[in-house]
Each structure stands twice: as C-alpha cells, then as structure tokens.
Design a protein around this ligand. Structure first.
Ligand code: IVH
Length: 675
C-alpha cells in the first residue's frame, strides 16, 4: 500500500517529537510533557507503522521495545582498542601518577578532566550519519559482543544524534549501568518470581545487557553515561576532553553533569574527597573517580603502557565488599524482644573500617542465604549502614557445617521464642524479665531523641542492669552518687555529670516522653502525632482502639500496640513512678494544639543537603501540619531538594511530583503561616 503524503509527514513529525521528548525525559531529566501525553504520541506512531510497515526504520522511536531473540551474539572487532584504566588506591599512588605525567611531559602542572567511575560495563556505540548502527561490549578490548538490539532498548541512548557538525562516523564509549532504584526493583521482581536476586547492580546490568532476547533487556531499567570517543571521521572533534564531552552533550548523548576540569594533583584530591562524601547520596553506584589529562595533544604525547593509557587513572574507593569467614552466629535480643542473628566474622577491612560483625536480619534471610558457621562469605559495608553478609561462597564450604536455626528459647532469659504468622521476626516472650530487653529499653529511653540523658551510654546501662541497680527506667531517677561510685570507668566527675543530666531530662515534652516509652511501632513521628492529638497523658492512657484508629496516620498495628501497652499494669506503674511529683517528677508543658494547620494533608519528602539540619526542616513542616515521609510516591505533594539531591529527586521527576528548592519551600511555609 502506498503511503499517503500526509501520513508520511505526520510520521516524520512524530519521530521528531518523540525523539525530543525521550531526550528531555531520559537524558536531560527535564520532561516537557506528561507520561500520558507521551504514550498518546507513541501510540499514534505505532498505529501508523502497523498500517504502513514500510515506514518502520531502525531509528524509529517505536523500536525500543526489543527485536526478536538471537541464538548467540555476533563478534565485533573494535577498530580502536577499548582500553582499561590503571588504578590508584591511595593519595600517594595518585601523586605518583601525576608525577609520572609531569615528568614525561616535562611541565609543571596539567589540567585534568575529573569524572565519577561508574560501576557498570563499558559499551561502544557506533553512529554513522548520526544513526546508531552498532553497539558492542568491551570484551577483551580487541573484540566484544554485538549487543546492538539490546542497547537500542536503553532509553537514554539516542537512536539518532541531533545538532551540528556531527562526524560521519562516530564511535562513542560509555558505561551502561543500573541505578540503585532500578536494581532494587529488579531484585524485588526476581524474589517475587522465586528467582535468585542479583548480587550487585553491576552484575545485574551485565546480565540484563547480555540477554539473547532484547525484549527482556527492554524490561530492565538500564541507563548509560558516555565518557569518551573511540573513533571519529568526517567531522572535527574538539581538542580537549572537556570540550569533547560538551560536543557529545550537544549531540544529545548523555554525559554526567558534574564532570569538572581540575588543576593539578590538588584539584584531583579535592574532587576525590568530594565524591567520597557524595558517593552514598548518588542514585547509582560508583567505585571511584577517573582523572584524564584534558588536552588531547598532551594525551598523545603520553601514549600508552600495556592496555592502559598513561594519561588517565582511576582513583578507587576502598572496596565495599570483601571476603571473610563466619566464626559463629550469635543471637541479639532487641528492645521489643526481636531476635536478630548476627554473624561473628574474622575481622576484615571493608568500606574503610574493620568489620567484626554483620547482621543476618532474621530466620528467613538466613534460610535464603544459608549462612553457616565456618562459611566463606562476602561482606558488604556501605556508608553508615550496618554491615551485612551478601552471600556465601558455596564452592568454599567445608564438610560438616550445619544449617543454622533460631533457638526455641531466648538465649538471655530462657523464655520461649514466638513467631507470629506472617511476621518475619521471632521474639522472646520474656518481656521485662528478659535482661536483654530491659537493657535495650533503657538505652532507648536515654537516647538523644527520647529523654536525651547525656552520659548514659550503652556500657553503663549494661552495668546498671547487671548489678541490678536499675530494673526499669524509673529506677534511673533514684540513682545516687554512691550507687554510681562502684561502677567501672565512673569517676566522681562523670557520676556528677550523669546525675545532673538525669535531673535536667525531667523537663521534657510529651512527644519525647511518649517516644521514650518504646511502644512498638510508635516512632518519633507517631509520638508527635499522639502528643498533638491528645495533649494529655491521662487521656492517652485511657484511649481505645477505635478512637486511635480515627487519628490520621495511626495504623491498626500501632493502635493495637498503644492500647496493649497502657493496659499492661506494669507499664502503668512505671509511668506513675516516672511522672509522680513526689517521685521522678518528669514533666512537660501542656501541648498547645496549633490553631491552624495550613499544610495539613500535604506530604513532603526531603532530599539533598539543606542549609539547616533535615530534622529541623521536618519539625518546621510538621508544625504547620504537614506530614514528612521518607520515600516518594504518587501521594507525595512536594519534594524539597537541597544540594546534591539523591534518588528521591529522580523518582519525584519521574512521577511528576512538584520539586521545591529550599527557598521555595521556605516561601511556601511562610505563606502558609500567614494564612
Ligand atoms: S575511561 C582510556 N571513564 O572503567 C580509558 N572509564 O577500568 C578508558 N569506567 O572499562 C575508560 N567510568 O568500564 C572511563 N568515567 C569513566 C569511567 C570508566 C567507568 C569503566 C569502564 C572501563 C573501566 C576501566
């Protein structure tokens, strides 16, 4: 069937528009239209192509869904070898690199282009006349695999370049990777389907790209950043790396925004330090930063050694995953009686610290990972998170190891262990007769966000419970200087300070007091809601389930726990001792119910670095009635983004949630406050 001119013109228009919207959404992160509008345009083009298949071209925006499966990947010979990078694991090694560069060039200082080292896999994209004609993995640097059909499904890879002076043949290189959010989503699906989860984002990205069925790759949220050019003919490239990256951006290729020109070794070290800090906040994994001599002429002079250029280096972060051995598995009993299995490890330096313990979470996790005493395991420690066992190296398992089972009795008090249907946590049923639970309850009570008793650290609490000086939290306020004198590491001065801290903690707020009681599922926010709603402890003590359920943001589980807690005679007694004027005399000012709550019903999420601590911003918003949540969903009204926002920012833009900067948020609050 011949294609009518009007249809051909419309198809062309749709091509242009869809390429542009795709670019705005995936590369610039700055969409012009909603997802629904985009879908409408795409549908229109799909309908036209269904009627006139001769209009389907490889660079059509409809061709991202995946071509038919392959039997195997073809081979691709790289015309210009894909090199790897030398590594520097310390500032000294980085200084050695800089020294070698300067010596060979015989100059005093050079500019480097500094960029993050993405942890994915290297891919080469070949564009001819601006059209993507081939994509290949690095392979051994000389030959790779032809993954063209799979790479076509990656939304941030342009099928067609835009802009001026595009070389006739342009081979671009970059890293294909999965964001943390994409990785988690993929693993959530894998577990739901009964499959083994991927061990890290890099393996998941590699596995996703090397699917023989491009339709499978299309379902994986792969992304790509470009970091260099292999070959360019029939056009001119700039003569510095920084300018080349700017050209790539102009041609609609995706290049990381914070690639910086830095001066000399000092500039490199400063960039490295900055990314060491930022690493945890980035929406994707990086394993270091890369420095490249900026001038291509100087690069040329420096040349290569073996498989790596002399003009570039990767300054690597300390590894976050390391192998070690499980010496044994212990059980920790928490404040609410939750039993947590913990692996005792052969000490190992990982993520910048020496790790001796790693959490195994719960029985389900242990079963899934089948961690046993004696096993060789991979341990991961990233940022401030608790170290965890990622997986067992099964090939190294020795004979005679046994599957681990949670005990039926609490290892601390001997009470039986219960596990409620549908809950992953097993608990000691001993309540306050269990000294482990008592210790944890006291630590929680004294903690900074609860009663804030300075100087009452973990070690001290343990001694107080072991010596039977403190049975419940109210006993803290009966402690004397004599009681404290006999304790380890307790001088006269620190005893004095502690007594003073106890005294000043008596003046508090109702919200803090409720939080400090450690009622299950009642965190800081819920405690604040309860304080605001009921205003008086006497009222809260008598409240029933229905009344609690009527309070916004109090779920059935928290409501049940609250009622249960106040019904328990022992808890009432402790509260009595804590608040009685003649006893501990903990007191607070009457809760003022704010007259107006102009932001009631609005949910905010905070991300990035603000000029004031996040907690402070949270309190300000809450004071106006807003809810502050930790994760972005369709229900979020505003995301407040400070400097270097994290993945929440990406999620907000993807979901079309309004993003405010700090100034706009302050404005919104002051407007709301004026109403
Ligand atoms: S440049 C001539 N830049 O690291 C240098 N590589 O060990 C070639 N990588 O295979 C690579 N981020 O997969 C370069 N900003 C970046 C990079 C980067 C990640 C990977 C790439 C390469 C490996 C080198």
């Amino acid at each position: 069937m011949k294609v009518p001119k009007t249809v051909r013109v419309r198809a062309n228009e749709l091509h242009t528009q869809l390429h542009e919207h795709n670019y705005r959404y995936y590369t610039k992160d700055d969409p012009l239209i909603s997802d629904a509008e985009y879908d409408l345009l795409l549908r229109e083009l799909q309908d036209i192509e269904a009627e006139y298949p001769q209009l389907i071209s490889p660079d059509s925006p409809t061709q991202r869904v995946g071509a038919p499966p392959l039997k195997s990947f073809g081979e691709v010979r790289h015309e210009v070898r894909m090199l790897s990078l030398g590594n520097a694991f310390s500032d000294e090694e980085l200084a050695d690199f800089d020294h070698r560069v300067l010596e060979k060039l015989d100059i005093g200082c050079v500019d480097y282009a500094a960029e993050p080292k993405l942890d994915g896999l290297a891919v080469s994209l070949l564009y001819e006349d601006g059209k993507l004609v081939r994509a290949a993995t690095r392979g051994d640097g000389e030959t790779g695999e032809d993954v063209t059909q799979n790479v076509r499904t990656i939304a941030s890879v342009p099928l067609k370049l835009e802009g001026k002076n595009i070389p006739d043949v342009l081979e671009v290189r970059g890293e294909v990777y999965l964001s943390h959010a994409g990785f988690q989503e993929l693993n959530r699906q894998a577990v739901a389907e009964g499959l083994n989860p991927f061990v890290n984002p890099r393996n998941a990205a590699a596995g996703s790209l090397r699917q023989l069925d491009p339709g499978m790759t299309a379902k994986r949220p792969l992304e790509m950043f470009c970091y260099g050019v292999g070959k360019a003919t029939g056009g001119s490239l700039a003569d510095t790396h920084m300018e080349i990256l700017a050209q790539l951006r102009d041609w609609h290729l995706r290049v990381y925004e914070d690639v910086r020109k830095v001066n000399g070794l000092d500039g490199c070290v400063e960039y490295y330090r900055y990314y060491e800090q930022q690493r945890e906040k980035l929406p994707f994994e990086i394993d270091g930063v890369v420095f490249k001599v900026d001038s291509l002429a100087l690069q040329e002079q420096l040349g290569l050694v073996a498989r790596a250029p002399r003009w570039a280096i990767a300054r690597k972060f300390p590894a976050q995953e390391k192998e070690t051995t499980v010496l044994g598995i212990d059980i920790q009993v928490g404040r609410t009686g939750a039993l947590t299995p913990v692996a005792r490890l052969e000490p190992v330096f990982v993520g910048g610290v020496t790790v001796t313990n790693a959490t195994l979470h719960n029985q389900d996790e242990i079963e899934r990972k089948d961690v046993r005493a004696g096993d060789a395991v991979i341990v991961r420690r990233a940022g401030d998170v608790i170290p965890e066992v990622v997986r067992v190296i099964r090939e190294k398992r020795k004979k005679g190891t046994r599957r681990f089972k949670l005990p039926k009795q609490c290892p601390v008090c001997g009470s039986h262990v219960v596990r409620i249907e549908g809950e992953s946590v097993a608990r000691c049923s001993g309540g306050l007769i269990c000294s482990a639970q008592r210790k944890e309850a006291i630590k929680h009570f004294a903690s900074r966000r609860a009663m804030d008793i300075e100087g009452l650290g973990d070690k001290l609490v343990e001694q107080l419970v072991e010596k039977d000086l403190v049975r419940d939290v109210s006993d803290l306020y009966g402690l004397s200087a004599d009681d404290l004198a006999g304790l380890e590491r307790m001088g006269e001065k620190s005893a004095d300070n502690l007594l003073q801290a106890l005294k000043s903690s008596k003046q508090t707020t109702l919200a803090r007091f409720i939080y400090s009681l450690g009622i299950r599922e009642v965190g800081e926010t819920t405690a604040q809601i309860l304080a605001r709603e009921f205003g008086d402890l006497a009222v809260l003590k008598k409240v029933d389930f229905e009344r609690l359920q009527a309070v916004r943001d109090i779920g059935p589980v928290a409501a049940e726990n609250i009622v249960e807690f106040f019904r328990e005679a022992h808890n009432r007694e402790v509260i009595e001792k804590l608040t009685d004027k003649r006893k501990a005399n903990i007191h607070w000012l009457a809760e003022k119910k704010p007259k107006q709550q102009p932001l009631a019903g609005k949910t905010f999420v905070l991300t990035g670095t603000l000029s004031i601590p996040r907690d402070e911003m949270k309190e300000k918003l809450q004071a106006l009635g807003a809810k502050v949540s930790g994760s972005v969903s369709k229900k979020t009204n505003y995301v407040v983004a400070g400097e270097n926002p994290g993945s929440k920012y990406d999620k907000a833009t993807a979901l079309g949630v309004t993003v405010l900067d700090e100034a706009a948020c302050n404005e919104l609050m002051s407007e709301a406050g004026d109403k």
